[in-house]
Design a protein around this ligand. Structure first.
Ligand SMILES: Cc1ncc(COP(=O)(O)O)c(C=O)c1O
Length: 300
């Protein structure tokens, strides 16, 4: 008798129909809105795929071996995912993150045994990334660098994209993803465009002045190296207020309790469903709402 390990529970997440969120307008136009529930991954987000891919592929190439120390600057979900995979595979994990990110994220990383280094809020993710570089230079460990590591989008090219194609039986017309490292949108876009060049790839980003955890409107100098603008057909901006309202609405109208960036992607999917006809729109539900309880977005 052989049993699966926790590793085998990464990926193959459900793709579900959201019959109500687009309202009468989406129905009248014969559009379908589908969400891919990445919060069903074992460490709770889409990032489990990238973390597993980056660590196992580096190990397979002989770049790292169990017992080594890994370093990463992360806005949250990647840190939790890397901490889980490091625990599974026997690595030490040091995570750098701005001090203003949510308490439950920090505690989740610590639960998996990671060491956490908090950086000043004023420096944002840029400061955390620069400090990680410095630590690597000092020989304190190896940076996987989710922003530049091709194994991040490769995870989505090899798993997320094919799962969406399979589960929609090739009928997807629009793919929407919030953009952080852009690993998800890059990998899925590459796969879907290879199957059908007509599939439209739509990125969601916070509008100027809005803050949505996990995603950014990157300044030019900090644009992720894995990002290739030519793979994205359209970029839509979402306000923090619209994303938060959508997060609450998704929970009460569809029973889908998700994070703010996921709700931002849903907001874009709903906008599309009010413009298109006969469309099958898939968006990524990056993580679950309970990861945001301390932020007050879901008041009791
Ligand atoms: C909550 C959340 N949403 C969206 C994303 C974006 O995913 P990606 O980095 O693949 O662009 C992230 C990435 O860290 C995230 O943590």
């Amino acid at each position: 008798m052989s049993y699966p390990t926790i590793e085998s529970t990464i990926g193959n997440t459900p793709l579900i129909l959201l019959p109500r969120i687009g309202g009468e307008e989406a129905k009248r136009r014969n559009n379908l809105i589908l969400g891919k529930l990445e919060g069903n991954n074992p460490a709770g987000s889409v990032k489990d795929r990238a973390a597993f891919s980056m660590i196992t592929r580096a190990e397979a190439r002989g770049q790292i071996k169990p017992g080594d120390t890994l370093i990463e600057a992360t806005s949250g979900n990647t840190g939790i995912a890397l901490a889980m995979v490091a625990a599974m595979r026997g690595y030490k994990m040091i995570l750098l993150m701005p001090e203003n990110l949510s308490e439950e994220r920090r505690q989740s990383m610590a639960a998996y045994g990671a060491k956490i280094v908090l950086t000043p809020k004023s420096g944002g993710m840029e400061y955390a990334r620069d400090l990680a570089e410095q630590m690597q230079k000092n020989g304190e460990g190896l940076i996987l660098d989710q922003f530049a590591n091709p194994d991040n989008p490769l995870a989505h090219y090899e798993t997320t994209g094919p799962e969406i194609w399979r589960d929609t039986k090739g009928s997807i017309t629009h793919f929407v993803s919030a953009m952080g490292t852009t690993g998800t949108i890059m990998g899925v876009a590459q796969y879907l465009k290879e199957q059908n060049a007509q599939v439209q790839i739509v990125g969601a980003q916070p509008e100027e002045g809005s803050s949505i955890p996990g995603i950014r409107k990157w300044p030019e100098a900090y644009l992720p190296k894995i990002f290739d603008r030519s793979r994205v057909d359209q970029i839509e901006s979402v306000s923090q207020a619209d994303a938060e309202n959508m997060a609450r609405k998704l929970a009460v109208t569809e029973g889908v309790f998700c994070g703010i960036s996921a709700a931002g992607a849903c907001e874009v999917a709903v906008r599309l469903s009010h413009q298109l006809e006969n469309a099958t729109i898939v968006f990524i539900v990056c993580d679950r709402g309970d990861r945001y309880l301390s932020t007050g977005v879901f008041p009791a």
